[in-house]
Design a binder for this molecule. Sequence first.
Ligand code: HEM
Length: 390
Amino acid sequence: MQPYCPAQRLASANSLPAAKLFRLDKPAGGKHTCPMHPENAAINAVTAVTHADPWPYYRRLREEQPLFFDPTLNLWVASSLATVAAALAHPQLRVRPPAEPVPTALLGTAAGEVFAQLVRMTDGDFHAAHKPAVEQAARRWSLDDVAAAARAASQELADVEDPNAFMARLPVRALALLLGVPAAQRDATCEWVRSFVAGIAPGASADAVGRAVEGAAALMAQGQALGLGSVQAANRIAFMQQSLDATAALIGHTVLQLREQPAPDHMRSFVTEVERWCAPTQNTRRFAAQDLELAGQRIAAGQGVLVVLAAANRDAALNIEPERFDPQRPQPRSMGFGEGCHACPGAAIAIEIVATFAISMRSTGQFASYFGAQEGFRPLANISSPLFVH
Ligand code: HEM
């Protein structure tokens, strides 16, 4: 299969209608977010995200250069379990560049105010003070609650004919249901979340930032009307925002693996293995707050580290026979939800949403008719998110 670039498809005579892609895709954020790499072109750790088969490359990195500086990306790249775990554990490797805690384009706006209070985007004392409440909030829902919300969200989206739009909408709607957003506000709420996610992406257009600001203001007002303080209201948004792209990608990879693998006995274990094996969130980034040493390399203050979770997921130090797809692994381990103080509090929720969706979709026998052939990936620099012909 060829690597795929939706921007090129838009330009081609046979492309999908622009509106359909626009609803799914962040604004193209520069060349590296929409790589076109013919088979003989050099792959790097960012273009690998949208490569049809990045695994041989990740393996080479792991075995030959587990932590190295890539001058073309201007980033350090960590790929083995040891270097990925060390990067995620290092107290001076931060989630935001020290010189730009909030993206400049968002400063002074409602979107910037939300961004500055997200546990995902903060470190140190602020993060330590607020992460426990986010984890506690995630634990208040049982898996039955999550499954019920996923089924209700699927029903509300029953008239969405485009599978790509469905994947993008299901997770955020399920989270809106779990958060108790009333039916009359659900469409608008999901749209505000989508706008917020699109507008805070690197390289977002001024229009997209404007929509993100409106969305952030509306979502904060919604939280504050529930009596939440500012930090709580911002991290209530985080539940919906963080669910959106990564869970859509997990749905996409689950659809592909259900085609490839024998019918599973237990869907939750199957989706858990899809996440480990495909690692929809292929990488995350860290930035050095001061000169430091990581796995024997000196990293200068301000330099970035691309932490390749996907490569670590196929490290034999993490799982036995990591290149084998095996939903029955006795104790599967994944770095795909992060690790350490920024670990994802939504992992079980995401897996349950996807498993519930897959079970109900299979029971209706609609998989083959609803999801066409895969036609590539969304043009994202960190998440591998399959797109399907509709
Ligand atoms: C219901 C869906 C989800 C919710 C509510 C959710 C929520 C969150 C939140 C709030 C954080 C920030 C934690 C912190 O920084 O302290 C986070 C981090 C993270 N999430 Fe999720 N998430 C969801 C789905 C997913 C999925 C499906 C994946 C991967 C396939 C994923 C991968 C990650 C990773 C890798 C991080 C850590 C990023 C880093 O350390 O840089 N999440 N998630």
